[in-house]
Design a protein around this ligand. Structure first.
Ligand code: NI
Length: 188
């Protein structure tokens, strides 16, 4: 098991749809182990394969809710049914989202409160999870990665311009940037 570099926005693998996983072989199993370890160290609550530079449609997640229930798993070839998002003004504190591929930044984004995830686990078995609240947000964020979409792509003004300015100022948005959890310290 090893900690993998997390690629930063601008790397092409983050900005195109991921390839379907055809075989759950040892390479995929090793990848998933590495992703759990990388996510834990980062730390984060979700991580997609594309974020460690691997063009495969899968993500891992690990999040403990307010009732101390742990939600942890891997979703291979996921599909996501997303109920319509609520309307109304954004809550700029409660709806803040971040991404390990845009490290140190957070912006508010409206998400649906309720989704249904269907995917395959490491044993090749299909499963379905009905999620609401923050877990629904995690699934939407990670599923977006599989589609080649970052949460910053979905921002509305003025946050869209703020994000673009921040990324431009740091010099990201072009290929070649990554960071390694445990070695690089990035302000959150
Ligand atoms: Ni992300």
């Amino acid at each position: 098991m090893r900690i993998r570099d997390i690629v930063i926005t601008g790397n092409p693998v983050l900005h195109r749809p991921c390839a379907r996983v055809e075989h759950i072989d040892d390479g995929v199993k090793d990848l998933v182990q590495d992703m759990f370890a990388t996510m834990e160290l980062a730390p984060g609550v979700g991580l997609a394969a594309s974020q460690v530079g691997v063009d495969l449609a899968l993500f891992v997640y690990d999040w403990v809710d307010d009732d101390d229930v742990q939600h942890r798993g891997v979703a291979i070839n996921p599909t996501l049914l997303i109920e319509p998002a609520p309307v109304g003004p954004l809550d700029e504190e409660e709806e803040l989202e971040g991404c390990l591929s845009v490290p140190g930044e957070r912006f508010p984004l409206r998400r649906s409160d309720r989704v249904t995830l269907t995917a395959t686990d490491l044993d090749g078995n299909e499963f379905t999870i009905h999620a609401d609240g923050w877990l629904a947000r995690i699934f939407q964020h990670e599923y977006d990665h599989v589609l080649g979409v970052l949460y910053i792509d979905r921002l509305v003004e003025p946050h869209l311009s703020e994000a673009r300015d921040a990324i431009h100022q740091i010099g990201w948005g072009v290929p070649g940037f990554s960071w390694l959890p445990g070695r690089d310290h990035l302000e959150d």
